[in-house]
Structures are given as C-alpha cells and as structure tokens.
Design a protein. Structure first.
Length: 431
C-alpha cells in the first residue's frame, strides 16, 4: 500500500512539473516568436478571456471534491450521480454565457483598452471558455478515485497541446495562434472528460436521487466557491488589463513576462497541493483535524527551506535568465522579474491556502483573503504602473502578496484555536 501511494504521489508530481515546464515553454515560445508589442496584445487577449470566464463560470469543482468524498465515504451513489449531473449542467451554462459575453465585448476591445488589433483574436478566443468548461469535472472524478497521478498526466497532455498550438500558430500571427489554442483546448477537454467518465463509472452505478437536505449546503458551497474563485481568478487578468489601460503595450508584455516566475513557484508546490486537497479533505471528513494541521506545518517548512536555497541564486542571475528565456528584446522585464520572484517565493510558502478552505468546508475564507489582495493590488497597479510601467505593477504584486500572507496567518491561528465542536465556524467572526 505504501509503495502504491508513493508511486501515485511521485507520478502526480512528475506530471504536474512536466506540464508546468511545457506551459512555461509555451510562454517562452510566444516571447521569442512574437514581437514585444504582439506579445502584449496576446497577453491582453488571454487576460480578457480569463476575466470574463471568471465572472460567469460557476465553481462547482470544489463542491464536487468536498461532497464527492462525503458521498463516496457514505457509499451514497445516487446522490453522487446527481451531484455530477448538476455540475456538468452548471459548467455548460457558464461556458455558454462567457463565450456570448466575449463575442459581444470583442468589437469594443480596442476602445476599452486604448489599443489596436484586439478585436479579431478576441472574437476567436471567446470560444475558449466554452471549450474548457467541463474539463475540471472530469478531473474531479479522477481525483475521487484517489488517482491524482492520472490527473497530473492529463495536466501534462493539456499543456503539451497548448505548447504545440502556440508553436504552430505563432509564426502565422496572433489570430491563428488563438485559433490553434481553441482547438487544443477542445482536444484536451475531450480527453480528460472521457477519462473522467471511465473513472466515475468504476463507482457502483445507481439512479440519481435528489440531494435532499444537503442541497442548500451544496448550493451555498458552490456560491461561496464561485465568489472566491472569481476574486482569485480576476487578480492576474485584471492587473494586466489595468496596466494595459494606463501604460503601453510594451510594458504589458514586460509585466506578463515578469509574472512567469510566480507561475513557476506556484507549480513547484502544485503536486503537494493536489495531494493536500485529496488527503486533507478525506482526513477532515473523518475528523482527523490534527493530521491536517500537521501536514500544513510540514508543507510550510519544506517550502520555506526550498525558498531560502533557490531565491538568492534566482535574484543574482535574473538578467541572464531573462535574456535567455524572454529573448534580448524583452530584457526590460528584468527589474519587474526580480520583484515578482520575491513575491512568488512568499506565495509558494503559503500555497497550502489554495486547498485548505476547501478541505475544511469553508470556501468563503478565500473571498476575504483574496479580496484583501485584490483591494491592495489593483489601485497600486493603476498608480505605480502609470509611473513605472511593469516595475511599478510588479511592486504592487509584492505588496498585495505580503498583505495576503499576513491576513492568512491571522486567520489560520484563529482556526487552529477553534474547538472541534460541530457548528464552530470562523465565518461568523468575520466582518
């Protein structure tokens, strides 16, 4: 059993790291092939797509994980089926609405952002939310089987398809690149959906039954998760869009390039976070609170040690790495990249905060914490970005990351002191 668990964890880590490398490689390819201005437009198109998708997409995946483990533990297969059927319907509606809104906004994109050349690629990119909408539902079915190693493999498949799309499309221009990305997303979603269907049908199959008295709790969980995810997902694209409004396309390109290390740091912790989400949710449902807190302490110690080792080297060699990865034409991103590296290391240490609220059934915690981050970030991007471009925006990212981590420290200490009695919730103590 231990060897099987070790294999699954190792495979999940390998798949996630490899997918991250390919995802980063896609950004590197775009940086090298596109001109700085075109890469800036590329970043704005994807930011606008992500922004609208975040506004209209219902986050049902976290409720699927939380209540899915509850129903599998109880062997309540009828409710599990109804939960998945409802999730797919919600995701399809969200994808259709996001695509429709993007198609409506695209003709006005140049005016909104004071740029030229956004309309056609955004009209094409409008179909990304629809192509992607059910991808994570299939992923949850795989996770509920305890096969986060297979989930990691499909992350790798998805990123490989995206890299291929960008490598093929970039030489033909921005619009062709976005079209290739839409096609790649369709293939990736189809692949994981089929795997998820197979995983789900390995559970005992019973006819769907009403969710009953838990329906209200599930809808509340979905509403809170959706609000939290919207706040989280809006942060990066909104900062890019705000910078695009107050500064030049070139500075947007530098800022998007500089944000790559933050994504890399997030990926370093991704396998551990996937394992935490799966195992800590199960532990919390079984009443093993102390096991959850112990896992968080070990995670933070490991990531803090890793940060102390790699951070000085990354800061010293940032100019060389930027020239190698971003190409010589984008070396203007060096100062911003150094600042984002510090912010990324800090967020990596606090990476457990992505899964912890879901595991303990309190997704609303992320609304408050990421809300604080957003309130600090966006005004600072507007002010500092106008004055210092990408470097100013990166400084805003660091300031908001510090605020986020400080607030989470306060909340975690309060949760740690809470009694284990049912009904004791931190949300009641929040403003």
């Amino acid at each position: 059993m231990r060897s099987r668990l070790f294999w699954r964890r190792s495979a999940a880590a390998a798949g996630t790291y490899a997918s991250a490398a390919l995802g980063f490689g896609a950004t590197v390819v775009a940086l090298h092939v596109f001109s700085t201005e075109t890469f800036g437009l590329y970043a704005l198109v994807l930011a606008m797509t992500a922004f609208v998708q975040s506004l209209l997409d219902l986050t049902v995946e976290e409720a699927l994980v939380k209540f899915g483990f509850r129903y599998t533990t109880r062997e309540d297969w009828g409710r599990l089926r109804r939960l998945f059927e409802s999730a797919i319907a919600f995701k399809l509606v969200g994808g259709v609405l996001a695509t429709a809104l993007l198609l409506a906004v695209a003709p006005f994109a140049d005016t909104l952002l004071n740029k030229h050349g956004l309309e056609t690629p955004l009209l094409i990119g409008a179909f990304i939310p629809l192509a992607q909408c059910t991808e994570n539902v299939g992923g949850v079915a795989i996770v509920l089987r305890g096969r986060y190693d297979i989930r990691g493999f499909f992350l790798l498949v998805s990123m490989a398809l995206r890299l291929t799309a960008i490598a093929v499309g970039a030489t033909h221009g921005l619009s062709w690149t976005i079209a290739a990305m839409v096609f790649a997303q369709v293939v990736a979603t189809a692949a994981i959906s089929i795997a998820g269907w197979v995983a789900f049908h390995r559970f005992p199959q019973q006819a769907a039954v009403p969710l009953g008295e838990e329906r209200r709790n599930i809808l509340s969980f979905v509403a809170q998760s959706t609000a939290a995810t919207a706040v989280i997902s809006l942060t990066a694209p909104l900062s890019l869009l705000v910078l695009g409004r107050v500064s030049t396309t070139k500075e947007v390109a530098y800022f998007r390039a500089a944000m790559s290390p933050q994504q890399a740091f997030a990926v370093v912790s991704a396998p551990a976070r996937l394992i935490l989400l799966t195992e800590q949710t199960r532990d919390w449902e079984r009443g093993s609170r102390e096991a959850v807190f112990t896992g968080i302490r070990r995670y933070m110690l490991g990531m803090a040690t890793l940060s102390l080792v790699i951070l000085p080297l990354l800061l010293i060699f940032t100019p060389q790495l930027a020239k190698l990865l971003f190409s010589a034409k984008n070396v203007g991103a060096v100062d911003a990249t150094r600042i984002v590296i510090v912010a990324g290391a800090l967020r990596m240490v606090y990476g457990w905060t992505k899964s912890f609220p879901v595991s303990i059934g309190r997704p609303a915690l992320r609304i408050w914490t990421h809300g604080v981050e957003l309130l600090v970030l966006i005004p600072l991007v507007a002010v500092l970005g106008r004055e210092w471009g990408a470097t100013g925006a990166a400084t805003a990212v660091l300031a908001s990351s510090i605020a986020f981590c400080l607030y989470w420290t306060f909340l975690f200490l309060r949760i740690r002191r809470e009694p284990a009695a049912p009904g004791a919730t931190l949300e009641a103590a929040l403003p």
